[in-house]
Design a protein around this ligand. Structure first.
Ligand code: CUA
Length: 229
């Protein structure tokens, strides 16, 4: 999760988020190079007092500064498209989690296991324990196994919400009447916090999602404790 003065991206907990961070750094590097080059040229032009009296046209330089930016853009577009299709790929998930957005909480369904379902509300500040995170912790966490492909289906019951967990590189809108799909792979145990990211009403800021990533055998124990035989 993010802590004080953490202005960059969170550490990744999934291969897709790792790729997103690589792409961000790549695009930023190109942006810095363009800014420095253009900034230098503008700075030098301000202090240039020479003129070319015979200058009427400059075909060559026009060609260069038209084609060069197009080529530079390709170096951003190609990796961007690769990432886009990578994020959209579903790799034979072993578990499906359904997230339904409500005003203002999330409810979850594990359809593979006798349809376990529960609501997940933010813990209000006055009820928070000493080790809890204000505005982020919930009463019922999503428990998921690490090192497994997980599919999530996102929808909403009233208005548009967005199920977002930055450390996993997941951000899917929950729209009434639609079912959106994505998948991820958590590569380490831990707690991963996220917040709704569609402006969905008065308590938009107070419907976080918390994933507790655990080893597979712990997950099976948890599932067994939830299923009513
Ligand atoms: Cu739900 Cu914003």
């Amino acid at each position: 999760m993010s802590t004080w003065a953490n202005l960059g991206l969170q550490d990744s907990a999934s291969p897709l988020m790792e790729q997103l961070i690589f792409f961000h750094d790549h695009a930023l590097l190109i942006l810095v190079m363009i800014t420095v080059l253009v900034g230098y040229l503008m700075f030098m032009l301000f202090f240039n007092s020479y003129i070319n009296r015979f200058l009427l046209h400059g075909q060559l330089i026009e060609m260069i500064w038209t084609i060069l930016p197009a080529i530079i853009l390709l170096f951003i577009a190609m990796p961007s498209l690769r990432l886009l299709y990578l994020l959209d790929e579903i790799n034979e998930p072993s578990i499906t989690l359904k997230s339904i957005g409500h005003q203002w909480y999330w409810s979850y369904e594990y359809s593979d296991f006798n349809n376990i379902e529960f609501d997940s509300y933010m813990i209000p500040t006055n009820e928070l324990s000493n080790d809890g995170f204000r505005l982020l912790d919930v009463d019922n966490r999503i428990i998921l196994p690490m090192n497994s492909q997980i599919r999530i289906l996102v929808t909403a019951a009233d208005v548009i919400h967005s199920w977002t967990v930055p450390a996993l590189g997941v951000k899917v809108d929950g729209t009434p009447g639609r079912l959106n799909q994505t998948n991820f792979f958590i590569n380490r145990p831990g707690l991963f916090y996220g917040q709704c990211s569609e402006i969905c009403g008065a308590n938009h800021s107070f419907m976080p999602s918390v994933i507790e990533s655990v080893p597979v055998n712990y997950f099976i124990k948890w599932i067994a404790s939830k299923v009513n035989f």
